[in-house]
Write a protein that binds this ligand. Structure first.
Ligand code: 4GX
Length: 238
């Protein structure tokens, strides 16, 4: 992580799934403070934009030197987080998980000098169409999504293949105890013990949710002929 705020990553890296993966040595995260590579008494990492205008731009030299200081793996990719990048999604997370090393450049201010983009950046990603105050949260989002695809990180308790989005559909509704909560019952099929009926109900609910909330996802989803039959019934009920 190349950043002027390495402290922003520390708490997230100590807790939960990612924290455990780091402790077990399944992922190794190296925080590089760009400011350590800034020259001059003020260690400044930004400057005024040529051509005028509001805001500041990250000056190229400190980022360049920070990147040069990284011990690069043979198969290593430099990723810049920015609203101008291609939108990050689960297929991109799988692609990134195939690299031995990901180097995230986290920008602040109005962005980075264009020559850093041209000279150093292999892939530019956005986490969505909204503006954050810096690339750090975005890098953590991508890092988290990629890390949980690394074998062993989820601890075998559950496979990430069962997740929402791995087949391109939204997840079916989940229930746990108690059987009645605020007057609402758990659907009786889930108590039936009929595993085939439960499987069909869940698949149908996943398709229904996707149809209702994210019909755009259905075009790219991996659907079986059974799914197509369920969809015909669901569309009739709309
Ligand atoms: N998905 N931001 C980055 C500064 C910046 C701008 C251009 C490099 C180039 C964002 C997002 C996002 C705000 C992070 C601007 N750095 N990044 N920052 N949404 O909004 O990725």
């Amino acid at each position: 992580m190349l950043t002027i705020f390495p402290g922003m990553f520390s708490a997230y890296l100590q807790e939960g799934t990612l924290g455990r993966a780091v402790k077990r040595g399944l992922v190794d995260i190296n925080l590089v403070d760009i400011r350590d590579f800034a020259a001059g008494p003020h260690k400044s990492t930004d400057d005024r934009p040529y051509g005028g205008g509001d805001g500041m731009v990250m000056t190229p030299e400190p980022i360049y030197q920070a990147l040069k200081s990284v011990d690069r793996a043979d198969r290593s990719l430099v990723v810049l987080l920015s609203p101008q990048g291609e939108t990050f999604d689960q297929p991109i997370a799988w692609e990134l998980s195939g690299w031995d090393q990901l180097i995230f450049a986290c920008g602040r201010y109005e962005g980075v000098d264009e020559r850093i983009r041209l000279a150093c950046i292999d892939r530019e990603l956005s986490i969505g169409d909204y503006i954050l105050s810096g690339g750090e949260l975005c890098a953590m989002v991508v890092m988290d999504a990629v890390a949980r695809l690394i074998p062993g990180v989820l601890g075998g308790k559950r496979s990430n293949l069962e997740d929402s989005f791995e087949d391109g559909l939204l997840e079916y509704p989940q229930y746990t105890r108690p059987r009645v909560f605020q007057g609402k019952e758990v659907p009786s099929v889930l108590l039936s013990g009929d595993h085939e009926k439960i499987r069909l109900w869940r698949r149908s609910e996943a398709l229904k949710r996707t149809l209702d909330r994210r019909p755009d996802l259905l075009r790219k989803a991996k659907l079986t002929s059974e799914d197509e039959e369920l969809l015909v019934k669901l569309r009739k009920n709309m």
